[in-house]
Design a protein around this ligand. Structure first.
Ligand SMILES: Nc1ncnc2c1ncn2[C@@H]1O[C@H](COP(=O)(O)OP(=O)(O)OP(=O)(O)O)[C@@H](O)[C@H]1O
Ligand SMILES: [Mg+2]
Length: 231
């Protein structure tokens, strides 16, 4: 029997009269890696926030298997005016860990995002890409079943992007986690996902194995969207 994953049914999100998300049915299988792509305003963040529980949908249901823990990286990184170490440690403050275990977790998470050398720097004095890495280290310091990452490398240079993507792959393998990542870059979807969902104006325009959709998009909209993508 396949392990149960996330099930979305008749999902609608409205702001006033405007429908920004309308997903009749969507299943996200356990241990799969999903990328959500689509133009600005397509509804990627809205869908991710509903999955994360930080936004309540207007209609429909989102079922996440009971017992799954969820890690969420918002689109805009946030850091506090305290050391990089403390910024990450706060994520594992209530995890029931000993102090040394906590320190180990924080240092490991900072190492995998390439930020260990800035462990004592103040959060508010970081560059945009560094702040994004610290925000991501908070997610990596915890061991989640479902990772929801919204444009996790949008502020990073290509080297930082590859470091983080490799760390992500190791994390997913190690904890057998399920991934949903929003990205503007089809190239990132190609590197980190095995399934892709293309959103357009709040609806699923196309979905399927990442290689199939990227190499052989069926709908005109997705063909046009991908035509701007050049490696
Ligand atoms: N708080 C809000 N009030 C009204 N409309 C909103 C609100 N938040 C989002 N929207 C609208 O919902 C739509 C989807 O926004 P969303 O942020 O999900 O898009 P996105 O696909 O993540 O875009 P981007 O690629 O720019 O991150 C947009 O048209 C946006 O203007
Ligand atoms: Mg967004």
């Amino acid at each position: 029997m396949t392990e149960q994953g996330v099930h979305i049914q008749d999902l609608v999100m409205r702001y006033g009269e405007e429908v920004v998300l309308n997903v009749a049915s969507l299943d996200l299988g356990a241990h799969e890696k999903y990328a959500i792509i689509g133009p600005n305003g397509a509804g990627k963040t809205t869908l991710l926030r509903i999955l994360a529980g930080t936004l309540k949908q207007s209609e429909g249901t989102v079922d996440i298997p009971s017992g799954w823990t969820v890690g969420y990286l918002p689109q805009h990184p946030f850091v506090f005016n305290m050391s990089v170490f403390r910024n990450v440690e706060m994520a594992v403050q209530d995890a029931g860990l000993s102090r040394s275990e906590r320190e180990k977790r924080v240092n490991e998470a900072l190492e995998i995002v390439g930020m260990l050398d800035l462990v004592s720097a103040r959060g508010t004095e970081l560059s945009g890409g560094q702040a994004q890495r610290v925000t991501l280290a908070r997610v990596f310091a915890q061991h989640h079943d479902l990772l929801l990452l919204d444009e996790p490398t949008s502020a990073m240079d290509i080297k930082g992007t590859i470091i983080v993507e490799d760390a992500l792959k190791r994390y997913l393998d190690q904890y057998q986690a399920t991934l949903v990542v929003c990205t503007h870059a089809p190239s990132q979807a190609q590197r980190v996902s095995n399934k892709i969902i293309v959103l357009e104006e709040g609806r699923i325009a196309e979905q399927g194995p990442t290689v199939d959709v990227l190499q052989n998009p069926q709908s005109e909209m997705v063909q046009e969207f991908l035509s701007y993508w050049r490696l």
